[in-house]
Design a protein around this ligand. Structure first.
Ligand code: ADE
Length: 254
C-alpha cells in the first residue's frame, strides 16, 4: 500500500511516521508513506499557497492551483508506477472538521486500498473547488477543530496501516482491538498475579480457554454497556448473549 500525504508542514510527520508500528510497516516494505509539500507545487515567485477569502472575513483560504497540481503529479506518478494493482482512481481524502466522522469501519475500508491520497487542509479552510472537483471524500476525526489536517492524517494513517495484513505480528492482535467486534475491549492483566492487594480475576488463571473466552466476551459487553451503550445497537450477539445483555441492562437500572 502507498499513502501520499499532501501538507504544508512535512516536518510534522517525521517523528510519528518513523516510530513503532508505522516505522516497522515501512521498514518491512509493506507500506510506503510519501510526504509531499504543497508549497512545492505553487508556481508563482512567492510560492503562494493561500489568499484572502472573496467576500471578506477572517483567516486565509488555501488556493486551488497548488493542490490540484500536487494531486495531478501524484496521480501521474501512480499511473506510471510499476506497482502491481496500482490504480488511478483511489480515494483523495480531504481532512476537515466538516467531513464524515472517521471510525474503525472507515479504517477497515481504507486498509483495502492500494493507494490513498490525504490532503491536509490548513488556515481558515480550503477553496470550495477543492472539495467539489478534487477530493473524492472528506473525513473528520472528531467534533473539534484542529489547527490543520496534519494530526488527523496521522491518526488515519496509523489506524489504517495497523490493519494492513502483515503489519502486526499476528492478525489476532488487530482483531482483538476495541471496536473491531463493535464492542470495547475486555480488561487485560499481566504479572504480578497480585499487585498491592488487587488480584487478577480467577477465570484468567483457570487455564480453561473456553472459560477465559466467555469471561472476556462478558466483560467486553459489560464495559460497552457501561461506557458506550450506543455501540450495542450495532453489535452482533448470539441469542444467549442477547438475554445476557438484557439482564445486564436490568441490573444496571436497579
Ligand atoms: N482539520 C481541522 N480539524 C479537523 C478534524 N477534526 N478532523 C479532520 N481534519 C481537521
Amino acid at each position: 500500500m502507498r499513502i501520499y500525504v499532501l501538507t504544508l508542514f512535512p516536518k510534522m510527520f517525521e517523528g510519528p511516521f518513523s516510530e513503532s508500528v508505522l516505522g516497522r510497516a515501512q521498514d518491512k516494505g509493506i507500506v510506503e508513506i510519501v510526504i509531499r509539500n504543497i508549497r512545492d507545487y505553487a508556481t508563482d515567485r512567492h510560492r503562494t499557497v493561500d489568499d484572502y477569502p472573496y467576500g471578506g472575513g477572517a483567516g486565509m483560504v488555501m488556493k486551488p492551483e497548488p493542490l490540484f497540481a500536487a494531486v495531478e503529479a501524484v496521480r501521474k506518478e501512480i499511473a506510471s508506477g510499476t506497482e502491481e494493482g496500482a490504480t488511478e482512481d483511489g480515494p483523495i481524502i480531504l481532512l476537515t472538521p466538516q467531513g464524515r466522522l472517521f471510525s474503525q469501519k472507515s479504517a477497515v475500508t481504507l486498509a483495502a486500498e492500494k493507494e490513498l491520497i490525504l490532503i491536509c487542509g490548513h488556515y481558515g479552510g480550503v477553496d470550495e473547488r477543492i472539495r467539489e472537483h478534487l477530493a473524492t471524500d472528506e473525513i473528520s476525526i472528531g467534533d473539534y477543530v484542529l489547527s490543520g489536517g496534519e494530526l488527523a492524517a496521522m491518526v488515519i494513517v496509523d489506524a489504517v496501516v495497523r490493519l494492513v495484513p502483515g503489519v502486526l505480528g499476528s492478525e489476532e492482535s488487530a482483531l482483538g482491538d476495541s471496536h473491531m467486534s463493535g464492542l470495547l475491549q475486555h480488561p487485560l492483566y499481566t504479572r504480578p498475579q497480585s499487585f498491592r492487594g488487587w488480584d487478577v480475576p480467577q477465570p484468567l488463571l483457570s487455564g480453561n480457554h473456553a472459560q477465559i473466552a466467555r469471561w472476556r466476551r462478558e466483560q467486553s459487553i459489560l464495559r460497552t454497556l457501561k461506557r458506550r451503550p450506543d455501540l450495542l445497537e450495532n453489535a452482533l450477539f448470539s441469542p444467549q448473549e442477547k438475554r445476557m445483555v438484557e439482564e445486564m441492562r436490568r441490573d444496571a437500572s436497579k
